[in-house]
Structures are given as C-alpha cells and as structure tokens.
Write a protein that binds this ligand. Structure first.
Ligand SMILES: *Cc1c(COP(=O)(O)O)cnc(C)c1O
Length: 450
C-alpha cells in the first residue's frame, strides 16, 4: 500500500517513508492512497486479543514491513500496559460504557500511538543504521508519552522542550525521572510558544538537521492515527452485541487526532453509529459542527489542559475526505484559514458527528456527578465527554487517569486520586537541563549530546 499527501504535491510513498517523514514535504498530511475495507475481516477479528488485532489491522497498511517483524513491534508496544486487556471497557449503566485508555506507561491515551511509534522508529534505525535525534516541544502529555515511547531505544536520542515551571509537577516528573541516558528534558526559560518558535527555526536549518538526524515527534504522524484505530475496533467488538451498531463513541477532543481515527475506521466499513466530539472551553471544533464555520479563537487555559488547542492539526485529514478527496480544494481551504484565521464551508454536512463544549465549571460539576452516580472518578478531559450526550447507548473514551490531575480532582471531590506509577516517581531524582529558548542554544545542546 502507498500513502499520499492531503495536498497532492508529492509522489506517493511507502508506509515506512510516511512514518519516518511525519509531515509530507508539501506541508500536507499522509493518508492511505485507498482506504482498505475491513468488513471482510470483521468476523475473523472479533475475538482477537488486543496485540493480535493490532497486528492484523496494521498489516493492511504496513505492507513494506515483514509480518513477523510487525508482530514483534506490536508486542513490544503493548507490553508495558498495566491491564491485560490493554483497553478495557467499564460498564457505568446499561447504556453508558467507558473505554479506559489510560493503562499505558504515562496514563494517557497517547501511549497507544507513541509506544508504537517508538518501536517503528527503532525498527527503521536497525534497517538503515542511521541514528536519529528526536526533537519536540510539549506543554504536557505528549512530551511524557513521547519520552516513554523512545526510552532506551538504540540509536534514538530524545530532546523535549517544555516551559520551566509552567507544566504540572507530575507531568514534569514523568519526563524528568526516567533515569534513561538517551532522554534529555530541556526546561526552557520562557513560554511554550517561545520553545516552539525556537524549535521550528532549528528544523529549518537543513544542514544541521542532516548532521544530527533530526526527526519530529508530532501529532500528525500517520502511524499515530492507525494505532488509535485499533482501540475503536477492539471496543466495538466488546460492546454488548445488540448495542454495537447503536452506540455513539464520545471523544474528548483537542487536535482531532483521536476522533479522526474512529471516523476513518467507520469509513473502512466498521458499522459504528457515530461520534460525539467533546471539547473544553477551547471549542473551535464544537463551533464548526454547530455552524459550518472553522474559526480560530484565543487559547484559554482550562482544567483539561491537553485539549487547550485552537488549530486542530489533524482536521486537514477530515477536510480531505469531506471535500471529495480533492487536494487542490484542501490547499485552498488551508491557505484561506492560514491567512484569515477562518474558513466557511459552503455546505457543511456534520454527517454522523455531534458535538458539545464544557467549561471548567461544568467539568468540576461532572466529576462530582459521575462520582455520586457511578462511584467512578473521571479525569477532567474525560469529564468533557458527559455533556449533551446523544440518545441511545454511548461509549465515552476515558483519555487519562484522574491521578494525573490531582488538584482538579481534590477541588471537585475532596479526595486524593493516586496511582502507584506516579507515587514511585516521587522517589526518583529529577534530571533536567535549563536552556534559553534560542535556536543557537538548542543546536549547541544537541551537538554536545550526540
Ligand atoms: C491529547 C489529549 C486529548 C486530546 O486528543 P486529540 O487527539 O488532540 O483530540 C484528550 N485527552 C487527553 C488526556 C490528552 O492527553
């Protein structure tokens, strides 16, 4: 199978090339040239354990990786999850289920994709013999998940920039207490935007990028989306049989990466009823689904910080299909949006999507209500998924463990939410490197640590 760019200005590439490049050279995002139909496989796949299902699904796309190698990559990727089902379903009531996506090493759903990406990178390095330096900037969860995905991988050095003093102490510990000697958390003396601006300049220096084998770890990598398709499929098979095709998947959303994976799976022939896009107060996607206008707003920090996003970078993949797989139209839309901060769809069809918005007051209220009603503690991101639910059975994706956000939980419930892996971190030494947010300082640090 080959992969094309949403902007259509580069030739199709193999799976491994699409994964290695992340972003396509024309600025577009990679997608399969033709989406395969998974319908013929549904009966055979229904009872597979998580890793076997993942291997079978990915084998439709990763056609340039040997099946035996793919099996090993997948096994390693889900070996560090603390639940034998990897993505267990919990029943709250007859028509309300939760899909727990927080059993990975950093207790958030991003582990599903970044554990796999780390092992794909390692396989690629083994094949090419070329070491890589991964550079990323984070305001929280992604950095921790990336670091844990790349921990101890031969030939990979990971450099993650974050704003010193502006991420939660637990998030900082997840990045800085790994004890791994190939991981370099860089505490930037400045804001997240300062870190990101300096990082972009470093990537633009092609000579330097080649010298250190620079690679980005970001939310637009195709492998991340495909890895996420698997838990939708796994959950679909484990819903009560009479509810499978009636259930709406409810997805706390920021970058549109998580929900896009489910929607692609629906396009591949899995009869999922629909998707509910749950945003926090940064509601660009909720406004879009209500009005057909995609309009940038200011990011307002919320108690669900991993969804504090206004430009949903994965949305371009949705636009590609929604606009009839026409790369010229995608280029025009992205150009208009970039120059004016807004795009109005001529005839926007939300299809099987619905949406909602939760501000911080309703997040706290929901955490209390869910606890009172079901004796279950949801994290602030998952809480957004309990607003304006469509009629019929719903499955809410629980994207993080509540213990990652102890202050919000304590404020809402007056209880301490803890997790052994986070408690263990408190005993370990913090190793971080203070750095000025300038391209020169970043380059000097990377050169000195090759
Ligand atoms: C990243 C993240 C989200 C948002 O996911 P998107 O793919 O950006 O929509 C939601 N919840 C948690 C806990 C996250 O870390």
């Amino acid at each position: 199978m080959q992969f094309i760019s949403t902007r259509g200005q580069v030739p199709a590439v193999s799976f491994s090339t699409a994964v290695a490049q992340g972003l396509a050279p024309d600025g577009g995002l990679y997608l399969p040239e033709d989406l395969p139909s998974v319908k013929p496989h549904l009966a055979d796949w229904a009872a597979l354990p998580y890793p076997a299902l993942c291997e079978a699904f990915l084998s439709l796309f990763a056609t340039d990786i040997e099946r035996s190698e793919l099996a090993l990559i997948v096994q390693r990727s889900y070996g560090k999850f603390d639940h034998n089902e990897i993505a267990p379903i919990r029943k709250l009531s007859d028509e309300l289920h939760l899909l727990e996506l927080f059993h990975g090493p950093t207790l958030a759903f991003k582990d599903f994709a970044l554990q796999l990406l780390g092992n794909l990178y390692q396989a690629q390095i083994a094949r090419t013999g070329k070491p890589i330096s991964v550079l990323g900037a984070t305001s929280g969860d992604t950095g921790a998940a990336a670091i844990h995905g790349l921990l101890g991988k031969d030939g990979v050095r990971t450099f993650i920039l974050y704003p010193d003093g502006r991420i939660s102490p637990l998030q900082e510990r997840q990045m800085t207490c790994t004890g791994a000697d190939n991981v370099f958390p860089l505490a930037i003396q400045g804001s997240f935007d300062d870190a990101q601006t300096a990082m972009k300049t470093v990537f633009e220096d092609r000579e330097f990028a080649d010298e250190v084998g620079l690679s980005a770890v970001n939310s637009i990598n195709l492998a991340r989306i495909l890895a996420q398709c698997v838990y939708y499929l796994y959950a679909f098979f484990r819903l009560p049989v009479d509810q499978r095709e009636q259930t709406t998947f409810v997805v706390p959303t920021g970058n549109f990466g998580n929900v896009l994976a489910g929607w692609l799976l629906q396009r591949m022939g899995v009869p999922i009823r629909g998707f509910h896009v749950a945003t926090n107060q940064n509601d660009i996607l909720h406004r879009l689904f209500q009005s057909g206008v995609y309009q940038l707003g200011e990011v307002a920090p919320s108690s669900a910080p991993s969804m504090d996003i206004q430009v949903a970078s994965n949305f371009e993949r949705f636009i590609y299909y929604a606009e009839g797989e026409d790369p010229a139209k995608v280029r025009q839309i992205m150009q208009t949006f970039k120059s004016s901060g807004s795009y109005t769809f001529e005839s926007f069809d939300p299809g099987s999507f619905s949406s909602s918005r939760a501000d911080d007051v309703s997040i706290a209220k929901i955490i209390r209500e869910v606890y009172a009603k079901y004796d279950y503690v949801v994290d602030p991101h998952t809480a957004c998924g309990f607003v304006d639910l469509p009629a019929g059975p719903n499955l809410v994706l629980a994207t993080a463990h509540p213990a990652k956000f102890p202050d919000t939980i304590r404020a809402a419930l007056n209880i301490d939410s803890t997790h052994p892996s986070l408690e263990a971190l408190k005993e370990k030494p913090v190793v971080k490197h203070a750095l000025e947010p300038t391209p020169e300082a970043i380059k000097a640090f990377l050169r000195a640590n090759q």
